[in-house]
Design a protein. Structure first.
Length: 215
């Protein structure tokens, strides 16, 4: 169980926390439960990352407010709301703010387990995408100022001769910079370089399509 995913139950209803804890432990999850959003925040620093089952209405600090606070703290753990008195505007706000699901109490066993599985799967996919983006940004950050300048122009479809004119150097020097750019970015084609520029936000999709068409 040590490596099992962790579920944090935040709800002021003791009987509900107890019932859900039993269900989740029997299903192979680690469980930590809290009787309020305040107690969850107090233990946040030492808590293991995991999925949060969160009651909407609690004394002192409600679920939506806790969601906002976690966003402020840059804790992007998946959140599944549970409520006995939710409404459509409330669920829309929660989902727009990044919640994985919004379930009405009492939550059927299969519905809850399926929602948790979806939340973990989606979160893992998002984390993988973030890690890939961070890796690409690290590669781009390795470029020198002049290489970055050449990179920005080449992914916009500029030819070596045009780049040389724009930055005031020789075409031969541009070719050398271009070679280093391709090497540092670990790509073999202009299309791959354009794709990286687009993914890290250095190039608008329309410009990327135009540059790829010229490659």
């Amino acid at each position: 169980m040590a490596g099992a995913p962790v579920i944090h139950i935040v709800d002021d209803d003791l009987s509900l926390r107890t019932a859900i804890s039993r269900l989740l432990r029997a299903s192979g999850y680690q469980v930590a439960d809290y009787d309020s959003a305040i107690s969850f925040l107090r233990g946040l620093a030492s808590a293991k990352p995991g999925c949060i089952l969160l009651d909407v209405k609690m004394p002192d600090l409600g679920g939506l407010q806790l969601q906002d606070e976690l966003a402020r703290l840059s804790r992007s753990w998946p959140i599944i709301f549970m409520t006995g008195h939710g409404d459509i505007p409330m669920s829309v706000r929660a989902i727009k703010a990044g919640a994985e699901d919004f379930l009405s109490k009492p939550v059927p066993r299969e519905t809850l387990l399926e929602a948790i599985e979806r939340a973990f799967a989606r979160h893992a996919a998002m984390q993988q995408k973030k890690d890939q983006l961070d890796s690409l940004r690290s590669l781009v950050a390795m470029l020198t100022a002049r290489e970055a300048e050449v990179f920005a122009l080449m992914v916009r479809g500029k030819l070596n001769k045009q780049i040389a004119h724009l930055i005031g150097t020789s075409e031969r020097t541009v070719k050398a910079h271009r070679h280093m750019v391709m090497q540092k970015l670990q790509v073999r084609s202009l299309a791959e370089a354009v794709s990286i520029a687009e993914r890290v936000g250095l190039l608008e999709p329309s410009a990327a399509s135009e540059a790829k068409s010229t490659s």
